[in-house]
Design a binder for this molecule. Sequence first.
Ligand code: HEC
Length: 321
Amino acid sequence: MKKYFQSLAYITFVIVTSFAIIKAITAYENPFSLYENPLVWIAITALITVVLLKELVNIIALKKAENLQLEKDGINPEEIDHWAWVKSLVKKWTQAKAVEEEEEIILDHNYDGIQELDNSLPPWWLYMFYATIVFGVVYLVKYHMLNGDNQTVEYQKEVAIAKRELEAFRATSKDAVIDMETITALTDESSLNRGKAVFNLNCAACHQKDGGGGIGPNLTDKYWILGGGIKNIFKTIAKGGRDGKGMVAWEKTLKPADVHKVASYVVSLQGTTPAKAKEPQGDLYEEESSDAAENKEEKAEEVIENSDNTNTEETSTTKTK
Ligand code: HEC
């Protein structure tokens, strides 16, 4: 009777817990997140533990019954070698002579007391050796006789595939990878507004809201430590400044599109007059295209006119080619 209740309790537990787990997994959004749904993990662990324990108890009981039976038949269970099958397997796979039998295979030479055994090659080693021969033949035929792709060709093929995939991705994705060759500064208002928001949140602490500079350099002047223009600025923001200077690689925290927007915003700060401008650092940077430089001059004047207005949404931006 006691056994019957035990089994009933066990079966009920397994069924109810499994049901609850399935229910939880289908209902929760992130069922396997330990922080969000620790109960799921507790239930799974409990279920596995109970099932394993029950099996363990079963095995122990079976073993006991077996031993009792053996004793009944007059055999001492301790005399049975439980590992006999392992030993025979090892022997078969190594074919080594037992230490006691080594006398039989010892060779005649005696090099200052160092003697040699004529053991046969262990099968595990021998089969591996055969496998290398087969591999060698297959390799020879495939790559040297049938001219299979070597690493260089494989590499070129993979690059071609990746390029095609990237193009497909660029054509369909809004948040596309930015091509450093053809990057231009964004000038539309919504991009610059986004750039400004990203700047105020992440960059203003070191560069000031108006870009005047503090811990980081002034971003409104024509002098750049790491190079001006959208390409260099994008690169600095994405990859960071020189080691140990404090400007980290923002590509780890910002999406490429946001780096593009904040870089465009930084470009748009060019020539504005910040409240407290840090002295210029780095070298004078000249735009490659002359009309872009002209634009900048114009813009600088425009901004000086309403110099207390640091709201750059209204100022026009320079478009670099
Ligand atoms: C912890 C302070 C800190 C923060 C935050 C920070 N910067 Fe910088 N930034 C620096 C320092 C310091 C340098 C100079 C790096 C160097 O000398 O190599 C720098 C350099 C730069 C430069 C290059 C300036 C030049 O003269 O070449 C740009 C552009 C720039 N930061 C933009 C940004 C943008 C955009 C953000 C926000 C996404 C940002 N920074 C956030 C400290 C900071």
